[in-house]
Design a protein around this ligand. Structure first.
Ligand SMILES: Cc1ncc(C[n+]2csc(CCOP(=O)(O)OP(=O)(O)O)c2C)c(N)n1
Ligand SMILES: [Mg+2]
Length: 550
């Protein structure tokens, strides 16, 4: 057994089934070891795609996704994926090659200090200096990647260490670890705050979407019957919701959901992670905030909770519910605001205009997606619309990145969702800018025979930035571009492509694409004139009306 074979055996020992990657010559021993292993090597067309795919594997399963690249140029292409997983708290293990460390037969060719590059982007970045250390290093890498707060780790395997005889060292077996539950004193304090609240409100944050949490969280909400809203990344973490969903805070203030937030006297934030754009801004005269999380809150100018309940969130919430159930006459105090908030959000969603409005696109996508269908967003203007308007009823069915908020992740993350859930409908939604950043992975998707529909919203612009430019009073400059013909582009990849050419054409086009199966690109022109009308003018008018009311 050599170093590479031992590394692969250690990955098998961790239960790894797939590695996403794009190897180089320094990885050849590793590639050969993979060929003879139970692990499938999923070759991508860009290392960034591999990293996004691995990160999404971690996000959706709670166990680290693994990606593999060569040294220097390949390893550096992982940087954005590492940052995406770090800010998004997605468990991921990145393995990169390196020239030999015991002798330098190629001098400094392609050598950059990848460990130093990865250090600020990971929870751990280590070079493997001897095969003997591999069992412990791999176990440690997986432990660190997976434990709260999850994130990426990096191991570098130099070419000569990969080839070095390793003997038959013992692998270290993983075992389950139960995280401690909140202390009784903290539970009592939290319960006291909630019992005395007159207008309580729950906020579900990014960590509420941990795959293991959906059941306990839904139970908690149903038992205490306090209405809830969510952050963008906390979307879908409560199934059903039983009439308690108040909206999604896609903007930081002044959206309709803030009518409820601004009236609350207690906000119980569950799993809030301040990597997200603030869902509300804490000020000196705001409501009391109780932070429930795996880890204490990071203190920010805009987030400084008054009390905390720290521990394994699911079991801690079960203990908290025991202290509260049936004792909260005020639980539903804010529920009467719900209807009006949701009505505002749903306004004009079925308007027949061409090019389509963002509201109509969200509405039609919801229509064709079953409850367990998964929508994966890239980053652009439509993210705000999907976060605000798309209703989710099953955990992790709207995947978006409101942390690094990088363009280019939508298609790769949808590919992983399609691999993990071949029985569900999976839709990638991308802008014409973000799609073109990783559209080469269409070839990977078709090689993997995935069933996946990619919806490309066409405005021939970096629409989000163009909108902000206009909103800030700058002249329209530098944000537009031309596009390939997306139907022909799909055909060039030997896949189906269609264009929506009427207001009522989107839902049937998506349905048809799903019915046929395989990878299918659907392009739809979008009219972003609604951005300013709805997100600025109407919200300003609403805010003015609210200040007029007593
Ligand atoms: C990698 C990366 N580069 C730049 C940005 C800044 N940015 C955010 S949204 C956006 C425009 C996205 O354009 P497009 O994908 O066409 O979506 P649209 O807003 O037009 O719907 C840009 C440039 C980013 N978030 N990520
Ligand atoms: Mg665009």
């Amino acid at each position: 057994m050599n170093g590479a074979e031992l590394l692969v055996a250690a990955l098998e020992n961790e239960g790894v089934k797939r590695i996403f990657g794009l190897p180089g010559e320094e990885n050849l021993a590793m590639v050969e070891a993979l060929r003879r292993s139970s692990i499938k090597l999923v070759v991508t067309r860009h290392e960034q795609g591999a990293a996004f795919m691995a990160a999404t594997h971690g996000r959706l399963t709670g166990t680290p996704g693994v990606c593999l690249t060569t040294l220097g140029p390949g390893a550096l292409n992982l940087a954005t994926g590492a940052a995406h997983a770090l800010l998004g708290a997605m468990p991921m293990v990145m393995i990169t090659g390196q020239k030999g460390v015991l002798s330098r037969k190629q001098a400094r060719f392609q050598v950059v200090d990848v460990i130093s590059t990865m250090t600020p982007l990971t929870k751990m970045a280590r070079q493997i200096v001897s095969p003997t250390t591999i069992p412990a290093l791999v176990r440690e890498a997986f432990r660190i990647a997976q434990q709260e707060r999850p994130g990426p780790v990096h191991l570098e395997l130099p070419e000569d260490i990969a080839a070095e005889p390793a003997g038959e060292p013992r692998l270290i077996q993983p075992h389950p670890i139960e995280v401690p539950v909140a202390q009784p004193a903290a539970l009592d304090r939290a319960a006291a705050l909630i019992l005395k609240a007159e207008r309580p409100l729950i906020m579900l944050g990014a960590a509420a979407s941990r795959p293991c949490l959906a059941g306990a969280l839904s139970d908690f909400v149903k038992r205490v019957r306090i209405p809830f809203f969510n952050t963008q990344m906390g979307k879908g973490s409560v199934s059903g919701g039983a009439g308690l969903y108040m909206g999604t805070a896609a903007l930081s203030e002044r959206d309709y959901v803030h009518d409820a937030i601004d009236h609350a006297d207690l906000i119980i934030t569950i799993g809030h992670d301040t990597v997200e754009k603030p869902p509300f801004i804490m000020g000196p005269n705001g409501p009391t905030v109780l932070h429930v999380g795996y880890l204490p809150a990071t203190v920010e100018e805009v987030y400084f909770p008054h009390a905390e309940l720290i521990g394994d969130v699911g079991p801690s919430l079960t203990l908290l519910a025991q202290r509260l159930e049936g004792k909260l006459p005020n639980a539903g105090a804010l529920v009467p605001l719900r209807e009006e908030i949701l009505a505002h959000i749903a306004a004009r969603a079925d308007e027949s205009r061409y090019p389509l409005t963002p509201q109509r696109i969200v509405h039609d996508v919801r229509q064709v997606m079953p409850e367990d269908g998964i929508v994966c967003l890239d980053n652009g203007m439509y993210k705000v619309w999907f976060a605000r308007n798309y209703r989710t009823r099953v955990a992790n069915t709207l995947l978006l990145d409101n942390a690094l908020a990088t363009m280019g992740a939508g298609l790769p993350s949808a590919m992983t969702a399609a691999m993990l859930h071949p029985d569900r409908r999976v839709l990638a939604v991308c802008g014409d800018g973000g799609f073109m950043m990783n559209s080469q992975e269409l070839e990977t998707a078709s090689r993997l025979a995935l069933n996946l529909v990619v919806l490309v919203l066409q405005d021939n612009a970096f629409g989000m930035i163009r909108w902000k430019q206009a909103a800030d009073g700058f002249p329209d400059f530098g944000m537009t571009f031309g596009n390939p013909d997306f139907v022909k582009y799909a055909h060039a990849y030997h896949m189906k492509g269609s264009r929506v050419d009427s207001a009522d054409g989107l839902a049937p086009a998506l349905d048809a694409a799903f019915a046929v199966g395989g990878v299918h690109v659907v392009s739809v022109p979008v009219d972003y004139a609604e951005n300013s009308l709805v997100l600025i003018d109407e919200l300003q008018a609403h805010a003015a009306e609210r200040t007029r009311q007593p």
